[in-house]
Design a protein around this ligand. Structure first.
Ligand code: 4AD
Ligand code: MG
Length: 458
């Protein structure tokens, strides 16, 4: 169907005074005495194209004014009469491609995000979701560009796996066997299963990423990870998109440097490419958003050790719900205090106690902490978790034994420490959490097409 994107019609002066065909859905409409107005949107542009119908030509425009209906409009692009300037369209003919009855749920100008979650298939047609998904797409491309231009190899790690990378017991099981209670042991039960052993959906591509990094030097993954966490919070989903770079010949400070330059780089791309969308979020979701993002691009992130962070939290003039004690994990309230009150910008917390972090992290010389870092962002909390990896075979094995892990399940991973082991490290970015930070939207369910959360598949 030959037509022009509404984005081009609005932004390219070549279309001014030209005969053009556009297609789109009616977002709003208004009928008055001599003219009728249609705001048409085809998804290519945050701004709608205003189509102004002369009632002398279109005596009964009612068929064209129904919200949600799909139209093909032929006409001329002219300078707008309105105060805001820009262009509008004077139609010569209109065709209804798809009628839309009044039961179409998007009738109001602005619906709550809670209501929109009840219509996940239609909410995408609202201004908010148009803006969220354009920013999401631009950020995804920027992440690829960041790594590609630095010679990282994009690898696709398996989604079905036999090993639990994070060891937190949050794996979804993958099975084809119907339920039965005849097997004497778990092993016996899974022997009959598709893979002949227990399998699940991967919580992280890191372990395979390390294998690829010790061959290709620098790699990244960008794909889904799955977590069967029962946390019904505004920042957890069961299926999220995970960016996991892994870098050979790198120590923790190198990892931190990559995180900071990646975040700054992709946020500045969003500032450049999505000005209309960010202005919309600023107006509707987070006052000061654009200034926050500009500041992020230009200011050094904070860095603090876990031990120092505990001191800061202990001195804080706040009643935390969870007590602060060296050795316990930071809760969201603590993370947000550090990022929002203490530093007022993204902050790396480093060198966590080893017992609250994963087996693969490099053990520090103090015998108590590991060379790990979480990046905490104001408004969101943890958006990145990363570390230098334990490259020493004996230390790695000891950490696994302390956690009662089945060493045999990790033979290939352990081999990396036997055959040309090197200092290396990487991190995992929760892509949706980055989008929350960039858009100011405070529920993860509203930055992913169809969220999967505990008790509900939308
Ligand atoms: O901190 P996590 O668990 O770290 C890892 O998986 C490492 N293997 C990463 C690595 O070093 N390669 O997860 C990394 C990030 C978190 O910081 C968070 O942003 C996101 O993944 N994340 C989730 N996002 C949404 N919903 C969930 N349930 C998430 N769990 C983790
Ligand atoms: Mg983490």
């Amino acid at each position: 169907m030959k037509h022009t994107d509404i984005y081009d019609v609005i932004n390219d002066p070549a279309y001014l005074n030209a005969e053009t065909v556009v297609c789109g859905w009616v977002r709003t409409s208004r009928d008055s005495k001599n003219v009728a107005f249609i705001a048409l949107n085809d998804g290519t542009s945050h701004k709608h194209l205003q189509v102004v119908l002369d009632k002398e030509k279109f005596a009964d425009p009612s068929a064209y004014l129904k919200l949600g209906s799909a139209l093909r409009v032929e006409g001329t692009i002219v300078a707008s009469q309105g105060r805001e300037g820009g262009v509008e369209m004077t139609p010569s003919s209109i065709e209804v491609l798809g009628d839309c009855p009044a039961e179409y749920p998007l009738q109001k100008k602005r619906h709550t995000l809670e209501f929109l979650r009840t219509i996940p298939h239609l909410r995408l047609r609202s201004n908010t979701f148009n803006a969220v998904f354009r920013v999401r797409s631009v950020l995804a491309a920027a992440i690829h560009e960041f790594f590609q231009s630095r010679r990282y190899v994009y690898v696709h790690t398996p989604l079905i796996t036999a090993s639990d990378c994070e060891g937190a017991g949050e794996m979804f099981r993958v099975t084809t066997r119907p339920w039965n209670d005849r097997s004497a042991t778990e092993e016996e039960y899974y022997k009959e299963d598709f893979f002949g052993q227990k399998a699940g959906l991967s919580v992280s591509g890191q372990l395979e990423g390390e294998m690829a990094a010790t061959a290709f030097g620098k790699i990244y993954t960008f794909g889904p990870s799955f977590r069967a966490e029962c946390s019904n919070t505004p920042r957890h989903v069961a299926e999220f998109w995970h960016v996991e770079p892994e870098i050979a010949f790198a120590e923790l400070p190198d990892v931190i440097e990559v995180v900071e330059s990646m975040i700054k780089n992709v946020v500045s791309v969003a500032l450049q490419k999505c000005p209309d969308e960010l202005a919309f979020f600023e107006k509707n979701f987070e006052n000061g958003l654009i200034e926050k993002l500009n500041k992020l691009v230009n200011e050094k992130f904070g860095v603090v050790t876990y031990t120092e962070a505990i001191e800061i939290l202990k001195k804080a003039d706040v009643e935390f719900q969870y007590p602060v004690e060296w050795g316990t994990d930071l809760q969201t309230e603590h993370e947000r205090y550090l990022a929002e009150v203490a530093f007022k910008k993204p902050v790396f917390v480093t060198d966590y106690p080893k017992q609250i972090k994963s087996f693969y992290m490099k053990q520090n010389a103090d015998g108590k902490t590991v060379a790990a870092t979480d990046l905490l962002a104001p408004g969101v909390g943890e958006i990145i978790g990363g570390s230098e990896r334990e490259a020493n075979l004996d230390k790695l094995l000891a950490a696994m034994q302390e956690r009662n892990m089945t060493i045999d399940d990790y033979r290939q991973y352990i081999d990396l420490r036997r055959f040309g082991t090197v200092p290396h490290g990487g991190f995992g970015l929760g892509f949706e959490r980055l989008i929350m930070y960039v858009t100011g939207i405070d529920n993860i369910r509203d930055v992913i097409l169809f969220p999967r959360v505990v008790n509900k598949i939308f």
